[in-house]
Design a protein around this ligand. Structure first.
Ligand code: GDD
Ligand code: MG
Length: 348
């Protein structure tokens, strides 16, 4: 089985986390989201992946290469200008001869892809779309369907709400459906392809089968994904806080006078100084150094971050390679190297 992942979006709403990284590469407790998604696909017997790239494709290609480390065969189809979700699917057409999965790459979910495939075959559908219930559907694609489970309408980001079931960003396509999509120009699968297929009388089945689903498209949702991971709502395979409140990878040096208030995730080679208090709900990525007496709670630190002694930090995200210095209280902020530089310039 093959899968196409749409990884080319600019991640505008997730800025500044996506200033240097494409959205699928943001880390979720130590691993890029995309790596976690590829792992899930493999568990469902997907062995060949097509990554449809555009924004910052070099980060993705540099990390995954041909896929041999993950036991997958990975191909890349690059767009010099964004072709939109439908155009990206069309652009990858030559890789698919049988039914295949298509996934938005900014989704965390526990959709059972194997069961979805069985459902797709049972419904003899041209396309099957996973749906999920959300309280506020206005930021998503709203889907209505009939009593037999086939879609009857699509409304992308509607002002008026006609249903709470939304497109979960996971599809199965029969390849002949792609013939109808024009090539070489931007096309939206949600606004153009799906409505057109309905007009033609094609069968679009709706699959309901996920009890955890989150689009990490904004900083708030990105923080929520970690909260859900800490409390076990979102299952993160190698990380569990049910038995140990502190999950630590290897080679960390934590001073005995440091207080770790779980749940806390520590990456590799973390150093924490005297008398610090870390937690709850804190991720500290690989090679981070936390100085003496720091107080850090409800915060997500990526890799290679230095927090100087005495810093108090709450509800912050700190991206790779930042040095947080001389800031007595950091609250509700996102620090990137550019933001840190700007703060430093103002202080001078
Ligand atoms: N290759 C390529 N080219 N990929 C793209 C492009 C493009 O031009 N534009 C977007 N993508 C990728 C993004 O990287 C992301 O993985 C996926 O397509 C969806 O784009 P988003 O920008 O995240 O869309 P959205 O969240 O506003 O809405 C979509 O997802 C919702 C579920 O999270 C729609 O599919 C909605 O209908 C859906 O409810
Ligand atoms: Mg999205």
């Amino acid at each position: 089985m093959k899968a196409l992942l749409l990884v080319g979006g600019k991640g505008t709403r997730l800025r500044p986390l996506t200033d240097r990284l494409p959205k699928p590469m943001v880390p979720i407790m130590g691993k890029p989201l995309l790596e976690r998604t590829l792992h899930t696909l493999k568990q469902h017997h997907v062995d060949e992946i097509v990554l449809s790239t555009c924004y910052r494709s070099e980060c993705i290609r540099g990390y995954f290469g041909g896929g041999s480390d993950s036991g997958l065969k990975i191909h890349y189809v690059h767009e010099d200008f964004p072709l939109g979700t439908g155009g990206a699917i069309k652009n990858s057409e030559s890789y698919f001869q049988d039914a295949f999965f298509v996934l938005n790459a900014d989704i965390l979910s526990n959709i059972n892809l194997s069961e979805m495939l069985r459902y797709h075959r049972r419904k003899k559908a041209d396309v099957t779309i996973a749906v999920t219930w959300v309280r506020n559907p206005s930021a998503y694609g709203v889907i209505e369907y009939d009593k037999d489970g086939y879609a009857t309408s699509f409304r992308e980001k509607p002002e008026e709400i006609s249903s709470h079931f939304i497109n979960a960003g996971v599809y199965i396509f029969e390849p002949d459906v792609l013939k109808k999509i024009p090539s070489g120009k931007p096309v939206s699968v949600e606004r153009e392809v799906f409505p057109e297929l309905l007009r033609e009388g094609r069968k679009i089945a709706v699959y309901q089968g996920c009890n955890y689903w989150l689009d990490i498209g904004t900083p708030e949702k990105y923080i929520q994904a970690h909260r859900d991971g800490f409390v076990g709502k979102l299952r993160i395979p190698e990380v569990s806080f049910s038995r140990r409140a502190v999950y630590s990878r290897f080679n960390s040096k934590i001073n005995r006078t440091t207080e770790l208030r779980g749940p806390v995730y520590l990456g590799r080679n973390v150093r924490i100084g005297n008398g610090a208090a870390i937690g709850p709900y804190v991720v500290i990525g690989d090679n981070c150094v936390i100085g003496d007496g720091c107080r850090i709670s409800n915060s997500l630190l990526w890799n290679n971050v230095v927090v100087e002694s005495g810093t108090k930090m709450a509800e912050c995200i700190v991206t790779d390679d930042c040095r947080i210095a001389n800031m007595p209280l950091c609250r509700h902020r996102i620090y990137t190297p550019d933001v840190v530089k700007e703060i430093g310039n103002k202080a001078m």
